[in-house]
Design a protein around this ligand. Sequence first.
Ligand code: AIR
Length: 211
Amino acid sequence: MSNQVDDLIESLETEAEIDRDPDDTPEIGIVMGSDSDLPTMLTGGSRPGAYDALVDELGFGELTDYDNPPDERFTFESYVISAHRTPSLMYTYAETAPARGIEVIIAGAGGKSADLPNMTASIAYPLPVIGVPVDEKSVDSVIGMPVGAPIVAVDAGKSFNAALFAVQLLAGRYPELHERLEAFHEAQSTNVAEMSRELFGLGATGFHDRY
Ligand code: AIR
């Protein structure tokens, strides 16, 4: 095992032993099998991703230093962890998550052997894990868990929905997040209504050429 993996494992274990104010620890942990998953997992690639949902729509901050949390009340952290290349890191991440304040994990991986979400769910149980198949090939391996070992998963690539669902899980405990989710939904509906009115008023060709 490389020293860098050892160092990461040690820092997670050390963090798990620190008794921090829960307001300063991340509620959501995002893990992905490779940095090549980043466009899909966080910033969206061809569509909006988890980062867009959490930061732009729901006011979360990204925690990048446990000693200096961002000003935002609700935060997330993100790591690259491969089930096959760094299994011990996956194990430690999932095992230490509750002690580090994580309340829900979003885990994404791609390819035919996308095991990070389901293995993380098994190790972190009963902490909820939302799986994101990074591509179509990985759908079966993410959702194919045996009875008694649950995972919920979103459609291929839809990390935006995984983030929304993570916040839905948190909203039962934090009324403020409940309100933010409602505001997001309201804004989304208004946007559809505006488009609808514009399409009707301009007609299909006029709407298409409007910009
Ligand atoms: N992967 C990485 N370790 C285990 C798995 N299943 C997945 C990553 C990524 C794909 O393999 O989640 O979607 C290709 O990874 P890379 O690093 O070769 O680009």
